[in-house]
Design a protein around this ligand. Sequence first.
Ligand SMILES: [Zn+2]
Length: 294
Amino acid sequence: MARADVNEVIVEKDQPNQPHKGKVFAAIHAHLDDVPYYAGGLCAKLIHEGYAGYLIRTSNDEKCGGHTTGENILSNETEHTKVAAALGFKDTFDFYYQNHDMNNISTLDLRGRLIFLFRWLKVDTVVTFNPWGHGEENPDHALTGRAVEEAAWMAGMPNDYHEHAEAGILPHPVQERYYFYGRPGQSYNRVVDITSHIDRKIDSIVECRSQGGGNSGSLLRARLAREGKKLDLLGDDDRTADRAYVREFLLDDDREYGRPLGLAFAERFYYIDQRVSAESAKVEAYLAKHARPL
Ligand SMILES: [Zn+2]
C-alpha cells in the first residue's frame, strides 16, 4: 500500500494549544542513555504538547556503571526513574533483559510484553530505534526496535493474545512511530526543532551518570581542583558543572542537525504515520465527489 509519509523531510516545530491532549506515547529504549540522547527533546516536546508519556527500558544495563554487575543494575535503575522525571514521563517500566545479550532472549516474550503494555496504556505513538537502521552494532538496540515494530502492528489485531480482551484489555493500534536517527547515515524524514526543550533534554542527560557522561562536568571540576585550577564554564557547584559540560561538549549532533535549517538544536527521526491510509483517503475523496442520495 502506498504511504504518503515517507521520503519527504519535514521540519516539526513547536505546536501551540496542546494538540496531542488525550494521546499516549511510549518511548522504548534498551539503555539508560538512549532516549535522553536520541529523543530527549522530542519526548519533552510531545509531553509539553499534551501527550502522556511512558518510558520503557528493555535491558538491565548490567555492563555499564563501572562497578559490580549488581551495583550497575541498581544505579541504572535508580537513574532511569530520574531520567523519566526530568522529561515529564508519567511512569517507567523496566524489563531487565541481560545487557548486550538480548540476541538470546525470546523475541516472542519481549513482543508479547510490549503488546500488553501498548494495549493497556492505549499507546498511540511509539518512539524507538529504527529496526532496520544500518550501522547498528548494539544487539540490544536492534532487537528492541524490531520487537517494538512488530508489537506496534499486532497490538491492534484482535486474534493476537485474544485472552487480553477477556481481561478487559482491548486491541489498540499504534498509529504513529518515530524511529531514532541512531547511527550516521541512517534514514530520516523528520527533523524536530527541540530548541525550546533543550533544558529538559540536558536535565535528563545529567541524570545518566552510570553511562552517558552526565557527571562529566563535576568529575572535570574535581580533577581541576586537584590540579589547583578552575574553569569559569563549570561554575561553583556540581549540578551547574554537569549541565554546562553537557551543553558545551555533548550536544554537537543536535547542533549539527539544526544548523542547515537555522535551528539551534534539532533531533532527527524516521517518522511513520498510519492514522489515515492512502486507500481510505482516496475512497473518502471519491465518496465526497460521487455519492448521491438513494
Ligand atoms: Zn543503548
